[in-house]
Design a protein around this ligand. Structure first.
Ligand SMILES: [Mg+2]
Length: 215
């Protein structure tokens, strides 16, 4: 990524890229738990810039990535942001990959969320296929008919979304959760482990925010 233009917004986005290239070789010797990009929310994923680098296929985590954990409705802002990226050709294909395994309505809720976003392809993992297990990722790549080099995962959890994505050789994007976690996330102290990991590398996780400031 080279740009010397005095474009404030561009520079701010560039600052958040940890690695200069999305190629996986860059990660050799680095911690496989680290994401390529850390953002406050899905509303700030730089789809256009990633498309320039050949990343046009997206696997989205659902809970606390696209909408709060206990919510049923995806915010209009998120829907519009993704639809715009699709219309511009920055997103070629997308699918949903969720670990949510509680509740009898699990599958129905996923389908409702997919409908709101216009993403019919979704994978609701059961206990044995939860991320970072590769089965959902394989399913997604096959479904979207694409390779890891052109694919990114956007998720809020390091130990499922990011670790799983890195194992598959995807470009990994960590976003901050907009709401509280399911009790099971607290039970295994995922957030504490994430916090310790990021702190170890001196990475500060941005707090979730409503939307990027306009220029
Ligand atoms: Mg999540």
């Amino acid at each position: 990524m080279s740009s010397g233009e005095p474009d404030g917004k561009k520079d701010r986005l560039e600052g958040r890229f940890f690695f200069s290239q999305p190629h996986q070789q860059v990660r050799i010797g680095l911690d496989p738990r680290l994401p390529d990009l850390v953002l406050p929310s899905v509303l700030e994923v730089p789809f256009a810039r990633l498309a320039e680098r050949g990343i046009v296929n997206y696997i989205f985590d659902v809970d606390n990535t696209l909408l709060p954990q206990f919510s049923q409705k995806v915010e209009d802002k998120v829907v519009k942001y993704l639809q715009k990226a699709q219309a511009e050709g920055w997103i070629r294909s997308a699918c949903l990959l969720s670990n949510a395994m509680f509740g009898s309505e699990r599958q129905l809720r996923m389908e409702r969320i997919g409908k709101q976003l216009g993403i019919p392809d979704l994978f609701a993992a059961d206990f044995w296929s939860r991320k970072p297990h590769p089965v959902g990722f394989y399913w997604a790549l096959e479904r979207m008919n694409c390779t890891p080099a052109t694919t990114a995962i956007v998720g809020d959890q390091i130990y499922s979304d990011i670790v799983g994505g890195n194992r598959m050789g995807l470009y990994t994007i960590l976003v901050s959760p907009p709401g509280p976690d399911h009790w099971s996330t607290g039970l295994v102290m995922r957030r504490l482990r994430e916090w310790l990991l990021l702190r170890h590398y001196g990475i500060s996780r941005p707090i979730w925010r409503e939307a990027p400031e306009e220029e």
